[in-house]
Design a protein around this ligand. Structure first.
Ligand SMILES: C[S@@+](CC[C@H](N)C(=O)[O-])C[C@H]1O[C@@H](n2cnc3c(N)ncnc32)[C@H](O)[C@@H]1O
Length: 290
């Protein structure tokens, strides 16, 4: 018998993301925030820190299989998310034997409209080798499910849009999971899309330590979490029980969603408004002037 949405609400389910997603009804979830395993091969190690090894899952598939599964998971998420809904998908650029592997390689093969590529500036990262400049960025793809003929979607409120396409948060340290994102990340995604609405349903099919789920709960929403590792599922459930400890971190992120100055105010004060102004060579000094 097909399952009802009720069976998934406010649950952390232990299982394979693709298999569990297949059981969730169509057009039933408001949005998702997730970070899948990156297929980093488990043999890659930086000079500074230990490699990421998940308990209960391997991260070492042939790249072709990995991308095929990611496309299937993304298309299942597309099916279950409501028209007009969004998915924030965190990933990164990788290299294999010198060849760049970019998340866009498989994202363009999914049903999603790719609404924006956001750069997550972590400011620090584990793997330091001198083959390239130190890669301290990850990416967050804002994926959108069109509603009718509207493939652009609604405008964000200024207090969210002015946070820019570069999100600067340090990685999370205070967490036993090997690769959690900081709670500010799902809070920013959820609050920007849902704004002051409450009671939505937010899914994370690779929920790890439950960061997205705790963010959803504190912001007044329901959650659905999935992870293949029983240990991380158990940890997420405990973390959800103790969610009050994280309210302060959530409030810190919310305090950034304010419009300090409107464009009109900036213009009146002669401050930068992002508008191109023709430079007057008689009055403007350049780098080459003595
Ligand atoms: C990058 S971590 C997610 C971390 C999470 N965002 C957090 O803040 O804790 C990826 C997670 O995917 C889980 N995982 C790996 N393969 C899976 C699969 N096939 N189905 C569901 N979860 C899986 C791992 O156990 C790991 O917890």
């Amino acid at each position: 018998m097909p399952k009802t949405l009720k069976e998934f609400i406010d649950k952390v389910i232990c299982g394979d993301a693709l298999e569990v997603l297949k059981e969730i009804p169509d057009n039933s979830v408001d949005m998702g925030v997730t970070s899948p395993p990156y297929n980093k091969g488990e043999n890659k190690k930086g000079w500074l820190v230990n490699r990421v090894v998940y308990k209960g899952a391997t991260d070492n598939l042939p790249e072709e299989d990995y991308q095929r599964i990611q496309i299937e998971v993304l298309n299942e998420l597309y099916r279950i998310i409501k028209p007009g809904g969004s998915l924030f998908y965190n990933h990164k650029i990788r290299w294999e034997r010198g060849v760049m592997i970019h998340p866009m390689d498989w994202l363009r093969k999914t049903k999603w409209v790719i609404r924006q590529e956001i750069v997550w500036d972590r400011m620090i990262a584990a793997n330091i080798r001198g083959w390239r400049f130190w890669q301290v960025d990850e990416r967050i793809y804002w994926l959108y499910k069109p509603k009718g003929k509207n493939i652009i979607g609604d405008e964000l409120k200024s207090r969210h849009a002015l946070l820019t396409s570069i999100w600067r948060f340090p990685p999370e340290n205070n967490n036993p999971h090997p690769a959690p994102f900081p709670i500010a990340l799902p809070v920013r995604a959820i609050y920007s899309i849902m704004d002051d609405k409450k009671g939505g349903i937010i899914i994370d099919p690779y929920c790890g330590s439950g960061t997205t789920l705790v963010a959803a709960k504190i912001l007044g929403h329901h959650y659905i979490g999935i992870d293949i590792s029983p240990e991380y599922v158990e940890y997420s459930i405990k973390r959800l029980e103790n969610y009050k400890r994280e309210i302060q971190d959530v409030e810190k992120e919310l305090s950034k969603h304010v419009v300090r100055k409107t464009f009109k105010e900036r213009k009146e004060r002669g401050e930068f408004v992002g508008k191109y102004r023709k430079i007057n060579p008689k009055t403007t000094r350049t780098l080459f002037d003595k």
